[in-house]
Design a binder for this molecule. Structure first.
Ligand SMILES: *Cc1c(COP(=O)(O)O)cnc(C)c1O
Length: 364
């Protein structure tokens, strides 16, 4: 991409769709088979190989992946699932879908992921699963969550919707437990809408496959209450091309992040543990409250720079959850929601864009 002229707006994110994706879509349209067929099977096979897991099950979106993953682990009414309040609402809503109770635990202030020490303190006789999120693409904590889950006999459902290809101490996320990925347009790779469940557990994979198509293993024989969560052939065909480009895009996201790390002076930049690979779904800085995040955001907007706040209100403080009686105080998450600011980091940015963003931000 050419250097963006001074006047051009820089969006917070933009999907990269090229001629290969176009050709793949046309191939499917001409094939006569539009829903869950050979493209979906091939995408599952390739995604499983990418992670090095036994099974990948494609579904309609990341939220459906979370819903099906919890059901496939037998989570339901009376069960408690420990999760983070500092995430997109889908992580917790999936727990409500299955009739279980989300238990919100505060986050680690540096990585913004669930604090493992607090997770241990929140365990009760009803805890059945952990549902951590690798926020912004940071794999921090994956090993600790897996250790707690194994020791206490809990299901581990990794919300890896922002963390395609992230490594925790050399191990790829999505292999620590049963994992859920999203292919929404702004994610690190897209199928427009789409999701994937990955697992090494044969029984979980089998149940997930049945649940995503109305509880049927054989046509018109419905074993359990299932859903229509199928992926289309069009989505899968796009996903296969995108998966092939993911490594290069991740390298560019990381290079963009490195540029910010080196050049930003006035705000706290993200952390990455030695031995980890953060995939920077978002590059999220922390603006001290005294500096005023929202004023800074306005200055960037005036300079044509798109930003976003992920997330302005923690899940436990959303009206839905307040209405369900949640009144927890989770100070680390609450403070973070007032201070975080995501800057453009997507792989189509030019070096000139990065320099301009840094200049406007430091000037403000
Ligand atoms: C995007 C996202 C989801 C939901 O994925 P969809 O494909 O939009 O349904 C869930 N959890 C997190 C953390 C996400 O970022």
């Amino acid at each position: 991409m050419a250097t963006t002229p001074e006047t051009t707006a820089i969006p917070i994110a933009r999907p990269l769709i090229g001629s290969e994706e176009r050709a793949a879509v046309l191939r499917v349209l001409d094939s006569g088979q539009l829903a869950q067929g050979p493209e979906v099977a091939a995408f599952e096979h390739e995604f499983a190989a990418f992670l090095g897991v036994r099974h990948a099950v494609a579904v309609a979106n990341g939220t459906a992946a979370l819903h099906v993953a919890l059901l496939a682990h037998g989570i339901g009414p009376g069960d408690e699932v420990i999760t983070t309040p500092f995430t997109f609402v889908a992580s917790a809503n999936a727990i409500l879908y299955v009739g279980a109770r989300p238990v919100f635990v505060d986050i680690d202030p540096k990585s913004y992921n669930l604090d493992p020490t607090l997770v241990e303190r929140a365990l009760t006789s009803r805890t059945r699963a952990l549902l951590p999120v690798y926020l912004y693409g940071n794999p921090w904590g994956a090993d600790a969550y897996a250790e707690i889950a194994a020791r206490d006999g809990l299901a581990l459902v990794e919300d890896a919707c922002q963390a395609h290809g992230a490594l925790r101490q050399g191990r790829i996320v999505g292999t620590f437990g049963t994992a859920c990925f999203s292919f929404y347009p702004t994610k690190n790779m897209t199928t427009a809408e789409g999701g994937m469940i990955t697992t090494n557990d044969d029984a979980v994979a089998d149940r997930a496959r049945v649940l995503r198509q109305h509880g049927a293993r054989h046509t018109y024989e419905h074993e359990v209450l299932g859903y229509n969560y199928r992926m289309t052939e069009i989505q899968a065909a796009i996903g296969r091309v995108q998966l092939g480009r993911l490594a290069e895009w991740t390298a560019r996201r990381r290079a963009n992040a490195r540029y910010y790390d080196v050049h930003l002076r006035s705000v706290a930049t993200p952390v990455e543990d030695a031995g980890d690979r953060h995939v920077y779904h978002q590059y999220t800085v922390r603006v001290p409250e005294a500096l005023g995040r929202d004023a800074l955001r306005a200055r960037l907007r005036a300079g044509g720079i798109g930003t976003s706040v992920h997330y302005p209100r923690p899940v436990h403080q959303q009206p839905l959850y307040r209405g369900l009686g949640y009144a927890d105080r989770l100070p680390v998450a609450e403070q973070a929601s007032c201070e975080v600011l995501s800057l453009p980091v997507w792989p189509g940015l030019a070096e000139g864009d990065l320099a301009r963003i840094v200049a406007v931000l430091e000037d403000a």
